[in-house]
Design a protein around this ligand. Structure first.
Ligand code: PLP
Length: 400
């Protein structure tokens, strides 16, 4: 009898986590790698948050808590939704987990039946399809190329909805493209969803604060209040407060779903770490004044990369409206040959060439469902970004 269950074959290791670990291994082995694969801000968690966590530990917050989050944290999350998004939630509609990733997993595990369809616009965050498949669902991809700003249109959505469509996944700002839906676009998408009562919306808003050029942020449930009962809004402290390692994310949605997710979590991980909840409470209740500096720094890096790469050495690099990634196309290099005589067949081949020959770690577009492209994270220092751009341009120039 074989040890592993068949469902394990339905998932693969997260390609971005793999790329990041590979880069870290090579750096540890003494190689001079520009690591552009990071999916996390390079800033430290703000000191007041760390202090609050320490005080909470000293005060004895070291025990089990309510399975899906303390009342104090849920209250703070409700206040955050009201204050920042104009959304009125009560604590019984909030679920807190060990990262947004766990909350998304719980939501699909509790709602997706064998064969249910989940509509995922591409490019997408690498984990959505795998989580859906692990839970018996069928991802239905809608490709949103650079020519439409990497944004799925309402017409595209309408054309793929079937009676089995259970969820639509929205992610704005998007990982990997940075594309950010405007109010008007979310309204149009909402109108399609409204016509199909079987369809629910999981809106992953984890990069909410990372938007540039003074664009206002639009949250799907606020733009489409009539769909609030069919919407699960996902957010967390990982990206906004540089707290990826604390593992704390949350969701707000239909009471029935939240209740089921609590039941599942009670039999899997139990509560998210008490200290992380205390830290998240301090983050959500504290000032976000520090964030302007972070955003300005990210904007400076974004502008630099786009200026360096867009339209040079066969690359095109659209300017992202949000998040901390650029998603350039390497289409003009597919079919070319490296100085070592190797043909570049795919974006995976291109990314391997960048890593092996020019020591720049990025992630292949194939991982995000839109090729031939590659993701460069600019959540790293300006020095490294400058060096990475030099190397990428040199790598491209050396192809023939
Ligand atoms: N959603 C998106 C779009 C992400 O890019 C990530 C992390 O890379 C997550 C969710 C996971 O966030 P968390 O650290 O809260 O699990």
């Amino acid at each position: 009898m074989q040890l592993l269950a068949k469902r394990v074959d339905l998932i693969k290791p997260s390609p971005s986590v793999m790329a990041m670990s590979r880069a870290k291994e090579l750096i540890a082995a003494g190689q001079d790698i520009c690591n552009m694969a990071a999916g996390e801000p390079d800033f430290a968690t703000p000191r007041p948050i760390i202090d609050a966590a320490y005080q909470a530990l000293l005060a004895g917050e070291t025990k089990y808590t309510a399975v899906d989050g303390t009342r104090a944290l849920k209250d703070a999350i409700c206040e955050k939704f009201q204050r920042e998004n104009g959304l009125a939630y009560t604590p019984d509609r909030i679920s807190v987990g060990a990262g947004a990733k766990q909350v998304i997993f719980n939501a699909f595990a509790c709602s997706v039946e064998e064969g249910d369809e989940v509509i995922i616009p591409a490019p997408y965050w690498v984990s959505y399809p795998d989580i859906v498949q692990f839970n018996g669902g069928k991802p239905v991809f809608v490709v949103a190329p650079a020519s439409q700003g990497f944004k799925m249109t309402a017409e595209q959505l309408e054309s793929v909805v079937t009676p089995r469509s259970k969820w639509l996944v929205l992610n704005s700002p998007n990982n990997p493209s940075g594309a950010t839906f405007s109010r008007a676009e979310l309204l149009q998408i909402g109108q399609v969803v409204a016509r199909h009562p079987q369809l629910h919306v999981l809106t992953d808003e984890i990069y909410e604060h990372l938007i540039y050029d003074n664009a206002p942020y639009a949250s799907f449930a606020e733009v489409n209040p009539g769909l609030a009962d069919r919407t699960l809004t996902i957010n967390g402290v990982s990206k906004s407060f540089s707290m990826t390692g604390w593992r704390l994310g949350y969701g707000a949605g239909p009471r029935q779903l939240i209740k089921a997710m609590e039941k599942l979590q009670s039999q899997t991980s139990g509560n998210p770490a008490s200290v992380s909840q205390a830290a998240a409470l301090a983050a959500l209740k504290g000032s976000m004044d520090f964030f302007d500096e972070w955003r300005n720094e990210f904007r400076r890096r974004r502008d630099y990369i786009v200026e360096q790469l867009d339209g040079r050495e066969g690359l095109s690099c659209p300017k992202p409206a949000g998040a901390f990634y650029v998603y350039p196309s390497c289409a003009r290099h597919i079919g070319k040959t490296t100085p070592a005589g190797k043909r570049i067949e795919t974006d995976t081949g291109f990314v391997l060439y960048l890593l092996d020959e020019y020591k720049v770690a990025t992630v292949q577009g194939a991982a995000y469902g839109l090729s031939p492209s590659f993701r460069i994270s600019f959540a790293t220092s300006m020095n490294i970004i400058e060096e990475a751009c030099r190397r990428v341009l040199a790598a491209c120039a050396a192809l023939h």
